[in-house]
Design a protein around this ligand. Structure first.
Ligand code: HEC
Ligand code: HEC
Length: 375
């Protein structure tokens, strides 16, 4: 069975939808803002899906719309050769990025499947592009319960489909829940709707994948990484070596944390960048020094868009707007989605880096770095 609805949107439309939904719909618009709702006569049927998967809790949600062409059951997506034994399909690769998105303590596994014989286009090393047919899954375990497995699938040149599958109680199958589920499977974990997936992932260039990327996979740990991708000839432009965030341990930890947790929205390809010109996603051609990184260039000593505080005030985390946003939830909390609890470890990492910066920050007016060290 297939959901006859598409989330196909052009990059621009998707980006605008991101801004609209963040600006207007957090906390609850009554009707979906996307155009996709009227684009086809799809069978949708959120009631059906959610009635079977548990209480839909669609009341009051901004996005209680089914929006995916993906299979109804996880067993049909190709992740498992046999879901009953959890044997993976042979061409599925497990991996772990070196920095992880905070999800209120949930633990996750991730897998990539490329279509046979196809490569990732790595000609822009900071923003890879994927062949049609690419699939990436990520599952979430909260309080020892495996709640959901998410799927991103590139179904056409400009189309990524996104949905979460919620596991049943016996853990034998998972079913698509395009409208999302709050407090799913007896845990405090909220399964995002397909539209919420798009709010984050749609902000990431035309190709929505973030953890399958050069810097995130520049590690020598287990599973697929940048070296195995190069060795397996799966990149059009294999890099000569791994990439490394510059600076001392504090800088690496903080810049890496923000790369993974904030860069999906705060990057130059996102529509958000047109109003908030802050790039926390690293450009791998700007890793020569801490001062060269996008984070330094666009945040350290740079006034926030609404005036008042600097995004990062060197030496002073308490006066840094970015720390304030990271340290709260609700309307101004960052990230604005996907989390209800602050990430104290992440806050500590960012605070200690900011504290370590010299008070003049080594920057001159306008956030342009001078030759100071700052890192
Ligand atoms: C709060 C923003 C946010 C939301 C909402 C969100 N994601 Fe993600 N997702 C991320 C980030 C950041 C990563 C990379 C870091 C990681 O995997 O820990 C990621 C990783 C993934 C991955 C691994 C591949 C990749 O892009 O890195 C998959 C698959 C995925 N998400 C699917 C989904 C689906 C499907 C939904 C909706 C049901 C969704 N996500 C909702 C931010 C989000
Ligand atoms: C889902 C997309 C998304 C994610 C993920 C996200 N942000 Fe934001 N952020 C926004 C949007 C949209 C705005 C502009 C609206 C606003 O100020 O609330 C913004 C604004 C900001 C601002 C204000 C900057 C200025 O100059 O006005 C800061 C600081 C910020 N974010 C920090 C972060 C940090 C730190 C993270 C990661 C922990 C993060 N954001 C993750 C969407 C996101």
């Amino acid at each position: 069975m297939v959901w006859l609805r598409t989330v196909c949107r052009s990059r621009l439309t998707r980006a605008l939808a991101t801004v609209a939904s963040l600006g207007l719909c957090i906390g609850g618009c009554s009707s979906g803002g996307g155009t996709a709702a009227s684009e086809d006569g799809g069978i949708g049927g959120s009631g059906g899906v959610n009635a079977e998967a548990g209480p839909a809790d669609s009341g009051g949600r901004p996005d209680a719309r089914p929006e995916t062409n993906l299979p109804r059951f996880l067993s049909e997506t190709g992740l498992y050769a046999d879901i009953s034994t959890e044997e993976l399909s042979p061409d599925v690769q497990w991996y772990e990025p070196q920095w992880l998105l905070w999800s209120d303590g949930a633990t996750k596994d991730r897998w990539l499947r490329l279509p046979p014989g196809q490569k990732i286009d790595s000609s822009d090393m900071s923003f890879w592009s994927f062949p049609v047919g690419t699939q990436v899954w990520k599952d979430f375990t909260r309080d020892s319960v495996r709640v959901e497995t998410r799927l991103l699938e590139k179904t056409a040149a400009d189309t990524w489909e996104m949905v979460a599958y919620q596991w049943n109680d016996s853990q034998s199958e998972a079913e698509a829940v395009p409208a999302g589920v709050d407090d799913a499977s007896g845990t405090p974990h909220d399964v995002p709707s397909s539209r919420q997936c798009d709010t984050c992932h749609g902000a990431m260039n035309g190709d929505v994948v973030t953890s399958v990327s050069a810097l995130m996979l520049s590690h020598a740990g287990a599973g697929m990484n940048l070296t195995t991708l190069s060795d397996d000839d799966l990149l059009t432009d294999p890099p000569a070596a791994d990439f490394q965030i510059p600076g001392d341990a504090a800088a690496v930890a903080a810049i890496g944390y923000m790369h993974a947790n904030c860069g999906i929205c705060h990057n130059p390809t996102s529509a958000i960048f047109t109003t908030v010109d802050m790039a926390l996603w690293q450009d791998v051609t700007q890793l020569g020094s801490v001062e060269e990184t996008t984070t330094w260039q666009t945040a350290v000593g740079v006034r926030q868009s609404t005036g008042g505080a600097d995004r990062i005030e060197p030496g002073n985390p308490d006066l840094s707007a970015l720390v304030a946003r990271l340290s709260t939830r609700g309307l101004i909390g960052m990230p604005p989605l996907g989390t209800e609890d602050v990430d104290q470890t992440g806050i500590d990492v960012v605070r200690s880096w900011i504290s370590s910066l010299s008070v003049d920050g080594g920057v001159v007016d306008g956030g342009v770095p001078d030759a100071g060290d700052g890192g």
